[in-house]
Design a binder for this molecule. Structure first.
Ligand code: NAG
Ligand code: NAG
Ligand code: NAG
Ligand code: NAG
Ligand code: NAG
Ligand code: NAG
Ligand code: NAG
Length: 883
């Protein structure tokens, strides 16, 4: 297996959809909850406003929600918003009884440290985050006192993308309650003029239709929707709300207008989507996974989609189907023209496709690429045509990812965009994304659902109509800098190319653009120019929605592109890209994958912090960012503590693995055994003190630890009461009340009163034992011990034991993260020691820093007593006695 690399991904190419969805729920006080409480009226949301302002496709959306606690006790108010994956949060504030609690955007690691601090001081801060098809969730809750009011205000920004000839704002509404005043208010300002404006809503019935107000004229458009509380009801006297679903605003601009080049305050943006172009014929290699995992509904949906897709091919198009499983088969040997006869024939062929075998993606893709190469070389496809590869897979490819990556890149050589469609959650999406991006394409996830075939067709439709190839956009030389991406492999009908940059020459009067591209009939050059002063003035006359919007649009695009480049970069280049993207995210206050927003909120006379992070599509990294793992102060030692949970530090991944062992009290487990240095560590389990007749299983802990060093002829016995050192026939006993440092021929013992014991045996072998005393004497729990390996590098490579086997570097690959049964804890497929395991993202406590509360260490949890991770089974580690 090649090295598995993790990538940060930003799906910038998904059409810009906006969803918001919010709810404030009544807090259910766990302690006092009874049947009556659940229905008690407490928090009332009385005002919800979604305010959208769009200037030149750049939208700023402010969602405000006001609530009051009408109960006579404090209650928790929740604020949940779904926003598009392509949006960046830029601001969040809470106002409670006139006091403002702002969200502050910080570098992610700094934010995480603060979060850790909040957690270790015993408070449970946190925001629920989840990623849907097109949206991600922002969620925060706060306790508000009786008769108090709270206002939540969230702002996010996004560049709307043109797709199928429309810019689309997609607002998913779900207040869950009737709201006294509910309002959506959208103002659109487009210097080119608005040519169409539509509103659709899945929940808009005939009664609500007149409530939707829309109008546009010239450069301005307006949409508003504010149903009264009675109009919100599902029926006359009902208390349930109709407002549940999608509210979509679609518009387009006048593309004859010259105002597609806009300049404000030293920044410019150029929107390029020329009219009246002729379609280019296209040559498509459909590379389709027909491996065993596609069996059933997926292969049927794929067949259905392919039939529709080939029916939609134009007669000048060329195509072929390449099917891969363990082997590769093709419909025809070469690309063929999409004549009605050929389409008829391929439809019959598609009906016969069945699934079986493994996933030889490598040969599938190479066959497709070679077919395009031959078609071009042999002149079987028109000289002026657009070639592309559409690949669909639902699983993990056979063989080394690195090899596939290198082979594909060498074969394509930048000639054809590669579009990777990942079907379902078992794909290695990060890999597909990187592979596609490095080859001028993009990856898209096809969600496994009843509409999967439609999703496939929808993707095809986006690339079905190429208009130009090899598009390059140049601007006034020497007067421009910090240009965003300005060359594009293909330009598809219904889309738009956006380039922004900074004007460095203050005296520049005129910006000129020169766009070169290959068209269907000939090579094209488009010249445009805009007078800086005139353009700025024309825009100034307008009441700006936000004055610096072009600069922010430029920053948004630049950050997106830096993050994208970062997915494919390595080493120094990646560091540099990260630094640049971070600097800009902080400067422009965007919550991107590199930044977090910290909100300090009042809670029971203390303050606690919550963090908003940006989830990332389909990768382990998504959870990496939301699970607050990998803090710079990474201090997880390979250790065992608590009930007993084992934490295996994997420093090269800045991550950890964890598992529990369930055994009976009295059992002794071998933790470390090194035949070379003669060091052995064993631990004996104790259980909770039982209350009478308690049939529930024991929680177990380590109640006694034994350390043997044969070479030094010593034995150390540690219990929560005593520390006994046997050296030859001599014996020394200490208690946990001693504060002692003992240094003696190769051994150092350091007792920190009632806290911990450090044991060093020469340089390079150091353990810490943590004493846990039952704080609450009413509890059944006994005092117990935790064991941490601080340094193990002197131990030999033959070291074994439940902990010792992990002192050698261990590698693992997380292949696909997917939702688990607990929404907070995703599951994933892990490859470790040649085993494929289903693991769960979770947290375990490390008590080295804070004995009382511990610090959360995020880790991948291996179920069934570490089965598949540990050598053999856990019973192999049971030993007869402590020494
Ligand atoms: C709060 O209101 C409930 C009924 O609504 C009442 O039973 C209770 O005594 C009140 N508590 C206080 C502290 O006023
Ligand atoms: C964030 O929103 C609050 C409330 O509207 C506002 O006072 C503050 O200036 C905003 N912060 C930024 C950086 O825009
Ligand atoms: C709604 O409630 C009022 C008062 O309870 C009642 O008079 C009216 O008939 C109800 N309307 C419907 C449609 O049930
Ligand atoms: C559009 O293209 C056609 C030929 O393809 C041409 O005759 C016509 O003049 C063009 N219209 C414009 C506005 O350029
Ligand atoms: C394609 O097949 C349909 C029905 O199977 C038939 O009616 C039609 O004539 C065929 N077209 C061509 C061009 O072969
Ligand atoms: C190239 O085209 C010729 C004639 O059409 C054909 O005989 C030959 O097999 C083609 N070569 C390949 C590699 O397909
Ligand atoms: C990234 O590298 C370029 C040149 O290689 C340098 O000019 C730039 O300052 C670097 N950026 C950062 C943030 O280090």
């Amino acid at each position: 297996m090649g090295k598995h690399v993790l990538f940060y991904i930003l799906l910038v190419l998904i059409p810009g959809l906006i969803t918001s969805d919010f709810v404030i729920e009544q807090f259910r006080n766990i302690k006092k909850r009874n049947a009556a409480d659940v229905h008690t009226k407490g928090i009332e949301i009385y005002w919800v406003k979604i305010d959208c302002k769009v200037t030149s496709r750049f939208s700023r959306n402010v969602i405000t929600s006001r609530a009051v606690n009408r109960a006579n006790v404090s209650k928790e108010a929740f604020f949940d918003v779904e926003l598009p994956k392509t949006a960046f949060i830029t601001n969040f504030t809470m106002t409670i009884d006139g006091v403002i609690y702002p969200g502050i955007i910080k570098e992610k690691e700094v934010a995480q440290q603060q979060y850790q601090k909040a957690v270790s001081s015993g408070q449970t801060a946190g925001l629920v985050k989840a990623s849907g098809r097109k949206t991600e969730k922002f969620s925060v809750s706060v306790n508000i006192a009786a008769a108090s009011k709270v206002t939540f205000e969230l702002t996010y920004e996004e560049l709307l993308k043109r797709s199928f000839g429309k810019y689309e704002m997609f607002i998913k509404v779900n207040p869950k309650h009737l709201v006294n005043k509910f309002e959506i208010d959208a103002h659109i300002f487009e210097p080119q003029g608005i040519s169409s404006l539509e509103v659709e809503g899945t929940f808009i019935n005939n009664d609500l239709l007149p409530v939707v107000k829309k109008s546009f004229s010239g450069k301005k458009g307006h949409v508003s929707f504010s149903p009264t509380i009675d109009q919100q009801r599902t029926c006359d006297n009902c208390t349930t709300s109709l407002l549940h679903g999608d509210f979509v605003i679609k518009y387009d601009v006048n593309r004859d207008s010259p105002n597609n080049l806009q300049i404000v305050s030293g920044y410019f943006v150029h929107f390029f989507a020329p009219k009246n172009l002729t379609y280019l014929p296209k040559n498509v290699a459909f590379v389709i996974d027909v491996s065993g995992s596609m069996y059933g509904r997926k292969i049927k949906q794929t067949r259905d989609a392919l039939i529709k897709i080939v029916e939609d091919l134009k007669e000048d198009d060329h195509f072929n189907l390449i099917l891969f499983e363990s082997r590769v088969s093709t419909w025809k040997d070469t690309l063929v023209k999409a004549t009605p006869e050929n389409v008829n024939e391929t439809k019959q062929f598609i009906e016969t496709i069945i699934a079986g075998g493994s996933t030889n993606l490598n040969d599938g893709l190479l066959t497709g690429i070679e077919m395009l190469n031959i078609a071009h070389k042999n002149g079987t496809v028109p000289e002026r045509s657009a070639s592309l590869i559409i690949m669909l897979t639902d699983g993990h490819p056979d063989g080394s990812l690195q090899r596939i990556h290198d082979n594909v890149q060498n074969a394509i050589q930048g000639k054809y965009p590669l579009y990777n469609l990942g079907f379902g959650y078992d794909v290695d999406y990060a890999f597909l994304d990187k592979l596609a991006k490095e080859n001028n394409g993009l990856a898209r996830r096809i969600y496994e659902d009843s509409d999967s075939a439609l999703q496939l067709q929808g993707f095809y439709d986006e690339v079905a109509n190429p208009l130009l190839t090899e598009v390059t956009l140049e601007y006034s030389e020497n007067a421009i800098s910090d240009l965003t991406q300005n060359s594009f492999k293909h330009f598809y009908d219904g889309s738009e190319i956006v380039v922004a940059g900074r004007i460095t020459d203050n005296d520049l009067n005129v910006i000129t653009t020169e766009v070169k591209a290959h068209g269907a009939l000939d090579d094209l050059t488009f010249f445009e120019q805009a007078d800086v002063e005139e353009t700025a003035k024309a825009l100034e006359d307008q009441e700006y929605i936000f004055g610096d919007y072009i600069e922010r649009l430029w920053a948004y695009l630049t950050i997106q592109q830096l993050l994208e480049k970062r997915t494919t970069a390595t080493g120094y280049e990646k560091t540099n890209l990260t630094a640049e993207a971070l600097e800009m995210s902080l400067k422009y206050k965007f919550v991107t994958p590199l930044t977090s927003m910290v909100v300090t909120k009042p809670e029971d006379n203390a303050e606690k912090e919550a963090i908003a992070d940006k989830p990332i599509e389909g990768t382990y990294a998504a959870y990496k960012s939301t699970a607050y793992q990998s803090t710079p102060t990474y201090h997880s030692y390979t250790s065992v503590d608590g009930d007993p949970h084992f934490i295996i530090a994997v420093p090269q991944k800045e991550d950890a693995l964890c598992f529990n062992i369930y055994e009976d009290p009295g059992i002794v487990l071998n933790l470390i055994r090194d035949p070379v240095t003669g060091i052995t560590v064993n631990g004996e389990l104790i259980g909770d003190e039982r209350t009478s007749n308690d049939a529930a299983p024991h929680n177990t802990y380590f109640g006694r630890l034994g350390v043997v060093n044969v070479q030094l002829n010593l034995k150390l016995e540690v219990t929560p009461q005593k520390i006994i050192l046997h050296r030859g026939s001599k014996q020394m006993t200490f208690t946990w009340f001693d504060e002692v440092t003992l240094q003696n021929a190769g051994l150092t013992l350091k007792i920190i009163k009632k806290k911990s014991l450090e044991v060093s045996m020469g340089s390079g072998t150091r353990f810490t034992v943590i004493l846990h005393q039952a704080w609450n004497k009413n509890r059944v729990r006994q005092d117990f011990l935790g064991f941490y390996t601080v340094d193990s590098h002197r131990l030999s490579e033959h070291t074994h034991g439940l902990l010792g086997q992990f002192f050698h570097p261990i590698d693992f690959n997380i292949l696909e993260v997917h939702p688990g049964s607990d929404p907070e804890k995703p599951d994933a497929t892990m490859i470790v020691k040649n085993n494929q395991l289903t693991v769960t993202r979770g947290w375990q406590k490390d008590y080295t820093e804070d004995v009382r509360h511990g610090t959360n260490v995020p880790c991948w949890f291996i179920h069934n007593n570490g089965e598949g991770l540990i050598d053999g089974t856990y019973t192999d580690y049971i030993v007869p006695s402590l020494f």
